[in-house]
Write a new protein. Structure first.
Lengths: 450, 491
């Protein structure tokens, strides 16, 4: 089956990113935009833009019925969900199937198998992957018993959560009860699912993930990414390949990711997220993201592949075009997420009208953005303005070039975190590589202390 | 009403007819390949051994790499090679085992549909080639009925060939190939049904050039007579001495009530891309041709005519052009009415030129002409005039050619090259000068992207950068400023 008209059920930079590949492939695009995004760059670049609802996500980008009926009315033969919003929503995938529209993503069963952290963990164990010691806890009593068994510190997570929301660290037995109560009520409020689970808190961990691509039969990996620069579980800087991993660990990560995806007979693009335990020089499976990631361009930079194209081809029912031995990793890539937020004021989002937007261009520089002068950053969504992706011959080269490129970014009208990136890239610890997830919050703290 | 499929010939025949086969390189093809894949063409007329040679010689690009990349970029549309079955890149006849290896590697690298074009319609040779293609794993083999005007080439003649192709299970389809665009709607009304009847259930395609503007009309009547697939070209690669314009043909077929299941939007994108490319590279656009009655007599396509006129001008004899054209008809008859399809127009025109400018007719004869008479290209369809044959074969050069050793099998040829090279490299080295293949390898992998819209600006910048007298350049217009600093100024 060949796809001719794709409905993009997303917004912002990823909508523009998907548009670009569709245009190259000769596929007609229809962008489903909220009322707040009808004048966006994506809406103007698409062959057609249709309104899917009001500005609030719940009324538009998260509204399964509105999105599917808009796609059906537009005569789309497929929907690309991008990331976030409905991208990993099983009901959405099912609604697409009912409407006879191809969902560009994994099967409903695969979304189910990884959408819930507990199921994902069980599947990982079944596939033979190492997981952080822990398990689901139904009440305080079982939580106490398990915490005692695996040892403090522990982490309480919402079963239905994601993106760092609903996680509570507990450093000693006394803190368990309030943390459990809070986690359960928050999980219920945020995800409509009160279930939580508890696991060992790795004190010095790196967030390393492996990109996988499957066609339902075969699976290949496209290398590692390091996403340890995070604030409150929100990634800010990502790089590929993950620096400073032993060959044993890197191969182990690759193999585990492929094993997991094979276990699910995975179809499409996915990311197996792992926690690398620096002290024990080992890793644990965390979760799988069954969609394209924000940070996919760093993988594209070092592999030379267009991952959106690969997604579309798999959705068309084609077998993988590349064998594992044809995938080569070239150089090092770094992505800086440029957000409309004021890092000097607790990263407060700063929506508004962008009065000037000048991005660098040149060899090894890629900017994925939905921003140009006059563009509006609505208050309803995330504050991601652009992703600056730098591809260098090695990591020091990429860092040096990223610093130069950042200096050439001129964004006016809204506050941005560009200065934060500039300062971050100067840090010796960062240049040395392999920082853990604690490092960035500590850097912020030490800066605040002056 | 019929359901009609299209084969697009832009990249091979369009490029060859209008841009001398040198118009498109790997990045230019690769850029549009995914879009072409979505149009819904039954196949692409993609390459020939001539095109493969051009890739190496003109672009220093590996044609095998091109096949692999394009195959990956367009997995849904079969890529087609057109070939005579007896030669590869060089004009010399190749050993059957060598040709088998050619087909094996073509299929392995992603070329899966084949047109078997024996310019003499020698069915034994056609059957042998079709067998080799089947062994190589080709998925579709199309037999060519090459149309021309002569006393020999009657409807019954073509129907007889079609019947033989119908019996061969290695030939899946047949096409009426009209390389000179001579077929009129009137003749097509008798020829096409005669061929279709002899063919039975095997699908029939039509491939007619627009040289004198006749083929779009023939295409309109074709479905009525059982033609299922029409060969077309896109944008500037259509018309002229190429083939009918895809968009026009689609619109006309639908006007007549036929169905053509293609993505019109994608087709328009392809046409637009080739238009922008032609403009960026200074390549001509094919234009609809006027009817030219004299063409039916000499049948020499525009490209060969232009070459002949240029050759005459170079020796100050341009005023003899009409004499040469008259002589073409005579020579063609004396040589047994070869179909004016490569390499015969070149042979016939060169001979006509020699005959007009020489002391006497057949005083000078090309090697190719000697080989033709010797049967190196197959048995001439009609008998060669006995006097002419004697004159040609009594030349000392003819004796030398007759004494040439037969073509070597690949096992022998391989000994000439360093061990360990791939089959693909061996096949190129066996038929091309070493320095050309070396240069291709030294050039490294082909580029993967091409953007016609930046071509003019890049050319300007390159030219400016190459001038030491321009150390700095500043370009300013409202809201835009471009500043370039030359290396020399800041060294």
């Amino acid at each position: 089956m060949t796809l001719h008209r794709i409905f993009i059920a997303n917004r912002g930079e990823i909508a523009v990113r998907i548009l670009r590949t569709c245009r190259r492939l000769g596929i007609e695009t229809i962008l489903g935009a909220s009322e707040a995004d009808l004048d966006s760059v994506g809406a103007r670049l698409a062959d057609r833009a249709v309104c899917v609802g009001g500005p609030r996500s719940a009324d538009s980008y998260l509204n399964v019925e509105a999105v599917v009926s808009a796609a059906k009315n537009a005569g789309a033969d497929a929907i690309h969900p991008g990331y976030g919003f409905l991208s990993e929503n099983r009901k959405f995938a099912a609604a697409c199937a009912r409407a006879k529209i191809v969902f560009i993503g994994p099967t409903e069963a695969q979304l189910d198998a990884v959408g819930d952290k507990l199921k994902a963990r069980h599947n990982a164990v079944a596939a033979g992957l190492p997981v952080v010691p822990g398990g689901d806890v139904s009440d305080l009593k079982s939580a106490r018993a398990l915490a005692k068994e695996i040892g403090y510190p522990v982490l309480i997570k919402a079963v239905g959560g994601g993106g760092g929301r609903g996680m509570k660290p507990v450093h000693e037995a006394g803190g368990l009860e309030p943390a459990m109560n809070l986690a359960i009520s928050e999980a219920q409020a945020a995800f409509g699912d009160p279930r939580v689970y508890l696991e060992r808190l790795v004190t010095s961990g790196r967030h390393v993930e492996v990109q996988v691509l499957g066609d339902g039969t075969d699976v290949i990996h496209l290398g590692t990414r390091d996403c340890s620069i995070q604030r409150r579980y929100q990634k800010l800087v990502e790089e590929a390949p993950a620096p400073d991993l032993s060959e044993r660990l890197r191969n182990g990560l690759h193999e585990a990711a492929v094993k997991f995806a094979r276990h699910l007979a995975y179809r499409g693009l996915g990311t197996v997220e792992c926690l690398v335990d620096r002290e024990r020089d080992t890793f644990y499976f965390l979760e799988m993201n069954a969609r394209i990631q924000v940070e996919h361009p760093v993988t594209e930079a070092i592999t030379g592949l267009d991952l959106v194209e690969e997604q579309i081809r798999v959705a068309e029912g084609q077998p993988l075009r590349w064998r594992q031995d044809r995938i080569a990793f070239n150089g090092h890539a770094i992505e800086c997420r440029l957000n409309a937020e004021d890092w000097t004021r607790e990263f407060r989002p700063d929506p508004g009208t962008v009065t000037a937007a000048v991005f660098p261009a040149g060899d090894g520089i890629r900017v994925d953005t939905h921003i140009q002068s006059g563009a509006v950053v609505p208050p309803y969504y995330d504050s991601l303005l652009a992703k600056l992706i730098i591809h260098g011959r090695d990591r020091p080269d990429a860092i040096a070039r990223a610093a130069q490129a950042l200096a050439r970014c001129e964004i006016g009208g809204v506050a941005t975190n560009v200065p934060m990136h500039v300062e971050l890239l100067k840090q010796k610890d960062f240049a040395a590589g392999a920082v853990d997830t604690r490092w960035f919050p500590q850097f912020l703290e030490s800066r605040a202390r002056g | 009403m019929a359901d009609i499929q299209l084969v697009d010939v832009s990249i091979r025949d369009g490029n060859q007819s209008l841009w001398g086969a040198t118009g498109l390189n790997t990045p230019q093809i690769l850029q549009i390949a995914p879009v072409m894949d979505r149009v819904g063409f039954r196949a692409l007329d993609f390459t020939s051994s001539t095109h493969m040679g051009v890739a190496v010689r003109t672009f220093r690009e590996d044609p095998w790499e091109r096949f692999r990349l394009v195959r990956a970029a367009m997995p849904n549309t079969p890529l087609q090679l057109i070939g005579t079955g007896f030669r590869f890149i060089s004009w010399e006849k190749a050993h059957p085992e060598f040709m088998q290896l050619v087909y094996d590697r073509l299929v392995a690298n992603g070329v899966t549909r084949f047109i078997v074009l024996d310019p003499m319609h020698e069915m034994d040779a056609v059957n042998e080639t079709a067998k080799q293609i089947r062994k190589a794993g080709g998925t579709e083999t199309v037999g060519a009925l090459t149309y021309t005007l002569s006393d020999v080439h009657t409807d019954a003649y073509y129907a007889g060939l079609a019947a033989q192709m119908a019996r061969n299970p290695d030939i899946h389809r047949v096409y009426i190939k009209d390389p000179s665009g001579l077929l009129t709607p009137e003749r097509s009304r008798t020829l096409t049904p005669a061929v279709k009847k002899a063919l039975g259930a095997k699908p029939l395609e039509m491939h007619a050039h627009t040289t004198i503007g006749l083929s779009p009309l023939c295409y309109m009547a074709a479905p009525e007579f059982g033609v299922e697939t029409l060969h077309v070209a896109c944008g500037p690669l259509a018309n002229g001495s190429s083939l009918p314009n895809a968009q026009r043909i689609v619109a006309n077929l639908r006007e007549l009530g036929h169905t053509v299941n293609i993505d019109d939007r994608a087709l328009a994108l392809v046409a637009d891309y080739f238009t922008r490319l032609a403009d960026a590279e200074g390549l001509p656009h094919g234009t609809p041709q006027e009817f030219d009655a004299s063409f039916l007599r000499h049948q020499v396509a525009g490209g060969t005519l232009t070459t002949t006129r240029r050759q005459l001008a170079e020796i100050g004899l341009e005023h003899r052009f009409d004499d040469v054209i008259d002589e073409v008809s005579v020579v063609r008859a004396e040589l047994g009415h070869p179909i004016m399809v490569t390499p015969f127009p070149q042979i016939v025109c060169t001979q006509a030129l020699y005959n007009v400018i020489g002391k006497e007719r057949y005083d000078q004869v090309s090697d190719q002409c000697i080989r033709y008479v010797l049967g190196s290209f197959g048995k001439p369809t009609g008998p060669v005039d006995p006097d002419v044959k004697d004159r040609i074969l009594s030349r000392p050069r003819a004796k030398e050619i007759m004494a040439e050793p037969p073509p070597l099998p690949p096992s022998e040829l391989r000994k000439r090259f360093k061990p360990g090279i791939t089959d693909e490299e061996f096949l190129l080295r066996a038929v091309m000068p070493a320095e050309q293949v070396d240069a291709m390898i030294a050039a490294g992998p082909a580029k993967r992207h091409y953007n016609p819209d930046t071509r003019a600006l890049l050319k300007l910048l390159k030219e400016v950068a190459a001038r030491p007298s321009v150390p700095d350049l500043e370009f300013e217009k409202p809201g835009f400023r471009l500043r370039l600093r030359g290396k020399t100024a800041h060294a």
